[in-house]
Design a protein around this ligand. Sequence first.
Ligand code: ACO
Length: 325
Amino acid sequence: MPAKIVGLGRAVPEPVLTNHDLEQRIDTSDEWIRTRTGLSERHVAPDGVDNSDLVAEASRLAIEDAGLTPEAIDVMIVATATPDTVFPSTACWAQPKIGLREIPVMDISAACSGFLYGYALAASLIDSGRAKRVLVCGAEVLTRVLNWNDRSTCVLFGDGAGAAVIGTGGADEGLLAHTWGADGRLAELLYQPAGGTRQPASHQTVEARLHSVHMQGNDVFKHAVRTMSHASLAVLEQAGISPEQIDLFVPHQANIRIMKAAADRARIPMERCYLVIQRYGNVSAASIPMALADARAEGRLEPGMTVLSAGFGAGFTWAAAVYRL
Ligand code: ACO
């Protein structure tokens, strides 16, 4: 019984920060941001809205979309790099907001690859008989870990959540092939230096802005293109599916140029690539499930379609999947 996405939901906080708004705050331009990254605006969680609130809203919508109630969920996995608290998990904060039973709930930390890591874990739980329905949510409040004086990072990210209920499908449905990996030797190319136990919060860490995203953008760019392309080609081969048979490519939405290069190398034309970066920015683990929910709402994603997704993020981590809804 293949693990199939049977419900989708997405949530964004209402406030929108446009590139033009950013022009008023830092030395940047709408033109630079759009041409280098593809994004025009992003949503920003206001004070009082937590990551777990976005998880709860997206999850409730996904459960409803699946025609289920919260009691039907056996396990919840939240993929996030921006948890409500270091402990307990964001999943624990979200659990009562969704109204889930006393089921196992947990966070996983795989940055932008988090949703595809979560899908694989859900499939394993279902395959092994330990769960029938797993809620996988990618959610981020990245705008709270940005250095708003660093124009090379602060323009890139946004807040939001996307959730999927993973249940069982029929033959030729669900997860057809999956690949994943990580290379921790490259961790310092993209990380948040302080706030963990290595560098706990102190006046010095706050003054040095070590609680924000630190990134070597050019290096991340090159690794992202290479790795997302390799992973996409590997998973297509594993599935025995040619690029022409992919109805929709829904990659992690980091940067329009990364997505174009990955699509090009996987030989998938951009008309079959679904983009939401223009309205959400890079929402890390949330980007793929948010894009899936929007693609379906716009009629771009229909039952029976074959989808390719690929993700790459801090760690570095990566994953790719071929699946049918
Ligand atoms: N506005 C205006 N100018 C800027 C800005 C800005 N916001 N940011 C940087 N610049 C300037 C730089 O100072 C530099 O100026 P200089 O030539 O006078 O020194 C110039 O623009 C070019 O800077 P580069 O860093 O070379 O620009 P690049 O074309 O590499 O684009 C970017 C930078 C967008 C960050 C790119 O490297 C990138 O997208 N990297 C991937 C990062 C990413 O996606 N990270 C997300 C997490 S991982 C993931 O999700 C895959």
